[in-house]
Design a protein around this ligand. Structure first.
Ligand code: SF4
Length: 186
C-alpha cells in the first residue's frame, strides 16, 4: 500500500477526504498532517485540533501535528493582501508548502488536502498552490474534487463542526450580517 499524507484542517473534511481516497484506484495508507496557522482565535484552534485528534484515534491513523498557534505567522503571510482571493492564495501556499515538506520527510510520494472537500474554497487556487508546493518539495499533489464525498458517519459522529473557514477575516465575513448580541440590549 502506498502512503499518502493528508493535510487536514478539520475533522468533518478529513472524514470526506478519507471517503474520497477509498474510491481511488490506488490503495492508500493515510498519514494525517496538522499545520494550520490560519485558524483563529486560540479556542477555535484547539476545538478543531481536538476533533481531528479524535477522528484520527477512531480511524487508527498516524498523526503528525505541529500544534504551534501561528497567528503572527499567518498575519505576516497575508499582510498587504488581506482581501480574498489573494489572502486565500497565500494561506493555501503557506499550509500546502508545509504539507509537501512533511510528505517528503515522512516518505510519502503523494500528498493531498481536506481543502478539496469544501464547497466554500477556491479549487483552482488550491490545485495551483498544491502543485507548486509539490514541485518545490519533489512530491506529487493529488487533487480531486471531493465536494460530494460523504464521510463515514461513525468517524465524524459528535465531532466539532466549525462555522467559518478559519481566519479572523472569514469569521467576520460569516457573522457580520447577523444581529446576535453577546448581551441583551437594554
Ligand atoms: S478564508 Fe480560509 S482559506 Fe482564506 S485566508 Fe482565511 S482561513 Fe485561509
Amino acid at each position: 500500500m502506498e502512503k499518502i499524507l493528508i493535510h487536514a484542517c478539520c475533522a468533518h473534511c478529513l472524514g470526506k477526504t478519507l471517503a474520497g481516497l477509498k474510491s481511488e484506484p490506488v490503495a492508500y495508507t493515510p498519514v494525517v498532517f496538522w499545520n494550520n496557522p490560519n485558524i483563529h482565535p486560540l479556542i477555535e484552534y484547539r476545538r478543531r485540533l481536538k476533533a481531528v485528534k479524535m477522528l484520527v484515534e477512531r480511524a487508527k491513523l498516524p498523526l503528525i501535528a505541529d500544534e504551534t498557534y501561528g497567528l503572527v505567522e499567518f498575519c505576516r503571510a497575508v499582510h498587504g493582501h488581506e482581501a480574498a482571493p489573494e489572502r486565500c492564495a497565500r494561506c493555501y501556499a503557506l499550509r500546502l508548502g508545509r504539507a509537501a515538506q512533511a510528505a517528503r520527510a515522512a516518505g510519502c510520494r503523494r500528498f493531498t488536502s481536506t481543502l478539496a472537500t469544501s464547497r466554500h474554497q477556491d479549487h483552482a487556487l488550491i490545485r495551483a498552490a498544491g502543485e507548486a508546493a509539490g514541485a518545490a518539495a519533489g512530491v506529487e499533489f493529488l487533487y480531486r474534487d471531493w465536494r460530494e464525498a460523504v464521510a463515514d458517519e461513525h468517524l465524524v459522529a459528535m465531532l466539532y463542526h466549525q462555522q467559518y473557514c478559519g481566519c479572523v477575516f472569514s469569521e467576520h465575513d460569516r457573522f457580520k450580517d447577523t444581529s446576535t448580541h453577546l448581551w441583551p440590549v437594554p
